[in-house]
Design a protein. Structure first.
Length: 324
């Protein structure tokens, strides 16, 4: 994620973590939802890190919570689960106290606190395969820490990833390097020897990160993401390619910048306000469709895609990044 220029925190223990785990253990001992794990005759020996079991289903019913998996029943609590909750608590504490507007420096990897004012809204970003386990963690935290921040938990569930044309199993680092080589080839084809200069290294890295983010976010987060690993998959010609979008954005930016400089020199008059423009020059139906379907509503679409929906009864939220 950091290679994609995403400001995402990483998990960190910290000196306060053992105390936080101990506090959670004490809260677990006081909870009416917790019960000892009794080992019946003929059953396998319980792992050493098992602490107790917690009745999640009865808690969901008592609290009237909506949207949780109906198969959630009894959770066996281990030291690892308490450590995960302790990391999350430390992240939220740091986020709320030190800088309410920023993400914390310590966070459980798939949980992002979004802070507003004196309270955090917790968004669990999780794959569909791990949704059930993440709901267990959500409920355990509500039971052990019944505060305002735990009541604001939401889940952003992402679909699976399918890779086509893989020559071998590929991880995130290999995927980034593949897209970087493709972006380099596309840049050399477009700009020739200029793109082979060492000064372009940072440019290529930035373009690669942006192309991957475009590739991911152009698919609805609930849907399957299909990654094509063929060498020709990055192109400035395909309209669904991040490279295509960035290339044309750069062309438009250059046009507007050149025009603005010409206005400053007195070569052209400045553009009129939209209310004073004469749209009678748009004679082609395609031009009108472009104006009304894409240009005029774009600011609103961009704003909606960048915002998560307001609190609702369910626990799932939607991020409409694909609408852009």
């Amino acid at each position: 994620l950091r290679r994609l220029r995403v400001d995402w925190p990483s998990g960190s223990g910290g000196s306060a973590l053992p105390d936080a785990v101990s506090a959670l253990r004490r809260a677990l001992g006081r909870s009416p939802c917790a019960a000892a794990c009794e080992q019946g005759p003929g059953t396998a020996t319980l792992p050493e890190d098992v602490i107790c079991k917690v009745h999640l289903k009865s808690f969901v019913e008592q609290q009237g919570l909506v949207g949780y998996d109906p198969n959630l029943d009894v959770l066996v609590v281990t030291e690892g689960k308490l450590r995960s909750l302790a990391e999350l608590q430390q992240a939220v504490l740091q986020c709320t106290v030190s800088n309410p507007a920023a993400l914390p420096a310590s966070c459980f990897p798939d949980i992002a606190p979004f802070c507003q004012g004196s309270c955090c809204s917790i968004v669990h970003v999780v794959s569909c395969e791990e949704e059930f386990q993440q709901q267990q963690l959500d409920l355990l935290w509500r039971i052990l820490d019944p505060g305002a921040h735990t009541a604001l938990q939401k889940h952003l569930v992402c679909g699976p990833v399918k890779v086509t044309n893989p020559s071998s199993p590929i991880g995130a680092d290999q995927y980034f390097q593949l897209r970087k080589r493709q972006m380099y080839k596309a840049s050399v084809m477009k700009y020739g020897e200029l793109a082979q200069d060492e000064a372009w290294t940072e440019v290529i890295d930035t373009l690669t990160a942006a192309a991957i983010r475009f590739e991911m976010l152009s698919t609805a987060h609930r849907s399957q993401v299909t990654l094509d690993l063929e060498d020709s998959s990055i192109s400035t010609k395909g309209t669904k390619s991040g490279a295509f979008v960035m290339y044309n954005c750069a062309r438009l930016a250059t046009l507007f910048d050149t025009y603005q400089r010409a206005v400053e020199r007195g070569t052209y008059p400045p553009l009129l306000p939209v209310s004073e423009l004469n749209f009678s020059c748009l004679r082609e139906e395609g031009e009108w469709l472009l104006l009304f379907n894409y240009l005029l509503p774009f600011p609103e679409v961009l704003q909606q895609a960048a915002q998560l929906p307001p609190p609702s009864k369910g626990i799932r939220i939607t991020a409409n990044t694909e609408t852009v």
